[in-house]
Design a protein around this ligand. Sequence first.
Ligand code: ADP
Length: 247
Amino acid sequence: SNNTDFLLSIENLSVSFDGFKAVNDLNLYVDENEIHVIIGPNGAGKTTVLDLICGRTKATDGSIKFHNKELTSMKEHQIVRQGVGRKFQNPSIYEDLTVLENLEISFPRGRNVFGALTFKRDGQVIDRIQEIAEMVFLNTVLDKQAALLSHGQKQWLEIGMLLIQDPELMMLDEPVAGMSVSERQQTAKLLNEITKGRSVLVVEHDMKFVEDIAHRVTVLHQGKILSEGSMAKVQADPAVIDVYLGH
Ligand code: ADP
């Protein structure tokens, strides 16, 4: 197939830290409306791949194309503007503000006809915030101070803050770490909901959760792809079993 059909095309991507290749000649593709999960043992290079895509880490070699636009030469804020959003493991929410205020300040500020930055709290903005608050299960706690939310709710709030910006590709680093079973189930539902019209690239350790959400799985090992395909396929791959269970 033609690689320009993918939303995200990573080709021959490498990064070295003091001569150590954390990502080694990687090819990875993300389709539209796909939940693509990267798994692999600690130190495999999973987080580094997300760092490279969002521009936090600069590639030593290779290409990252989003909608056929090269990202490797762009700065982090430019990459965000292309429609690539990233959630880190620790939520970067404003603890002193309410849930509603956190969502409001995440709303992209447009420019009016005079070129000035605008932040209109109009009906459309309110509707969108309401819709997203419902999606992330926080519509009943809009006036609550973010600091008082449960761990899971804080994770959802940050996903909501990303959704407000409407990224086409959303990257999540261990979104269900520390969540209860029911919170994990709700998060799976949430991810299925948000891939209508966008793609999600997830780094995850919780295999039950990966089974629930992944359309496609890439197994990384020592900066390279060990296996790729459906969760059922990679779980049955002897190379994967070998790496996870040891010798
Ligand atoms: P994973 O997310 O799969 O656990 P990482 O991407 O965090 O793996 O790390 C891959 C390897 O790269 C590790 O050996 C890690 O120590 C190394 N690494 C990651 N980032 C840096 C950095 N900024 N400087 C030096 N080494 C790094």
